[in-house]
Write a protein that binds this ligand. Structure first.
Ligand code: C2E
Ligand code: MG
Ligand code: MG
Ligand code: MG
Length: 277
């Protein structure tokens, strides 16, 4: 019977595992090639003030234009990049590219760059941010670094140290996807983030869901009391924008304003958002 089980196991699981291994290797080789050939690009999605003052900046979102396979989203390659250590050079490229692009935009417009937890724990991060700012001559106050709650789970003192060093460079520190992880509320006491982005899973349920309404209102209230900018992610409908504005969020981001666009479309998008107020 053991033998039969063994065969079954073999028949049902081995091909699947082999496939996964093959696609992992295929992605790993592809990512090496992408770095060498410059196949990554950044798209930019606006962050808009819920009050009067219009556009505040853009979030840089990476894409991989893989020959013969179209445009690949980060969810389909960032995990492999993290597992293989390639997130280091990829993240560094994204940081420099975003700063270089933003340095050409009007002064009041900021740029947000996502930093993976693997990248965050790397000793070289502070130095690459310092160099990106120096080389592109972007005013440090225009740069925001987005990290997720998962970054903050271990290594308390080391993480706090890194956050403080990044802030000392003049960059602003943003907690991304707030509410999806372990809700590092304690961290909000120990380190004063400049901005907290409420995950779109809460915004998606507005305006009708009582639970999401209460969460968004509570986070906005905390932001008011602590002087933290609160951004609502994933705003797709006018009714959601009305709700997050009413609940006290300062900023909104989502398809209602624009999808992420290539760099060449940024100036026209700034003009359109300034016109529509
Ligand atoms: P994120 O930082 O939370 O970025 C927001 C994601 O939500 C983006 O997905 C964006 O396209 C999407 N989004 C924006 N507005 C809406 C909306 O109204 N509705 C819906 N359904 N989605 C919306 P994207 O570009 O696929 O990026 C996914 C994640 O990949 C990002 O989540 C971020 O964690 C990661 N990522 C993106 N670029 C980079 C990068 O350069 N470095 C690193 N380490 N991670 C990155
Ligand atoms: Mg982000
Ligand atoms: Mg986010
Ligand atoms: Mg998110």
């Amino acid at each position: 019977r053991a033998k039969a089980d063994g065969r079954n196991t073999h028949r049902f699981f081995a091909p699947e595992m082999a496939e996964r291994l093959k696609s992992f290797h295929d992605l790993k080789l592809g990512l090496h090639e992408a770095l060498r050939q410059g196949e990554f690009e950044l798209h930019y999605q606006p962050l808009v003030c819920t009050g009067e003052s219009g556009i505040r900046g853009f979030e840089a979102l990476i894409r991989w234009r893989r020959p013969g396979r179209g445009l690949i989203r980060p969810a389909d390659f960032i995990p492999v990049a993290e597992e293989t250590g390639l997130i280091g050079p990829i993240g560094e490229w994204a940081l420099r590219e975003a700063c270089r692009e933003a340095a050409r935009w009007p002064d009041g417009i900021g740029i947000s760059v996502n930093v993976s937890s693997v990248q965050f724990r790397d000793k070289g991060l502070v130095e690459s941010v310092r160099r990106a700012l120096a080389d592109t001559e972007l005013a440090p106050g225009r740069l925001e670094l987005e990290i997720t709650e998962s970054v903050l789970l271990q290594d308390d003192d080391a993480n706090l140290g890194t956050l403080r060093e990044l802030r000392a460079l003049g960059a602003r520190i943003v907690m991304d996807d707030f509410g999806t992880g372990y809700s590092a509320l304690g961290y909000l006491c120990r380190f004063r983030f400049d901005k907290v982005k409420i995950d779109r899973s809460f915004v998606a349920n507005l305006p009708r869901c009582d639970g999401s309404t209460a969460v968004v209102q509570a986070v906005a209230g905390m932001g008011r009391n602590l002087g933290i900018v609160i951004t609502a992610e994933g705003v797709e409908e006018q009714s959601q924008l009305d709700a997050v504005r009413r609940l006290g969020c300062h900023e909104a981001q989502g398809y209602l304003f624009s999808r992420p666009v290539p760099a060449a479309e940024v100036p026209a998008l700034i003009a359109r958002l300034r016109e529509s107020g």
